[in-house]
Write a protein that binds this ligand. Sequence first.
Ligand SMILES: [Zn+2]
Length: 262
Amino acid sequence: MSARSWLVTSALTAAAVTLVGCAGPATEPSATPAAEPAHWSYDGDTGPASWADVDSSFETCAAGTDQSPIDLPATVPAPSTSIELSAEDTDGDVFDSGHAMEFESDGEGETLTFGGDEYSLQQMHAHVPSEHTVNGQPAAAELHLVNADADGKLLVLGVLVTEGAASDALAPFIEAATHEADDEDVTLDVSAVLPASLENYEYSGSLTTPPCTEDVQWVVLSTPISMSAEQIGTLEGAHSHNARPTQPLGDRTVVGGTAELG
Ligand SMILES: [Zn+2]
């Protein structure tokens, strides 16, 4: 197997890991119903406080000590690392995962280098309102750009969103989210989605959806981007309050970082 195909295969495996808990009503029925992931939600008996009870494979959601999201400090710690981001367009398709509107990359576009390791963009999805808070305050929305390295290690780039001017770069994603058709092809210019300042918070956390798997590197940009009220409303119309409450920081440390577009 070539290095390239190994990378793609590993990346797809990682993407499958991130999606395993996200199979909701929009997912096609499996041939083996017993193998379907248990149903979880953001409300009531199957909501965030009960995720570990929904399925034994979700136990990390309650037992984990490095969970996400978290409340971030008002002041960004001084930068101690630097990320390099490529500025390539990424092709993929937009669909409803059952828990969020999602753009799934073909795995051939945007890449980033963190700690000497190269990651490629697997998918992007939206939470309304934000999952991470800053000094206790949520933002209107949050985008998660899920990246994986060749070993399947995940790095999620979090982008907070405030209401303001429309985002032209996100228009194709949001436009596709308004359509009934599944799997709409979209090209995303990730570098144009990001804010001018790439200063960020970094910490080790988890998936914010079941199975809440840990050892996920989080990079949350401290400068929000803006989307119009209409754009946020479109995402909210698809999935509202799909945000897990913040989790205890525990023994972890939030450090600062910078990033630059290559
Ligand atoms: Zn997410």
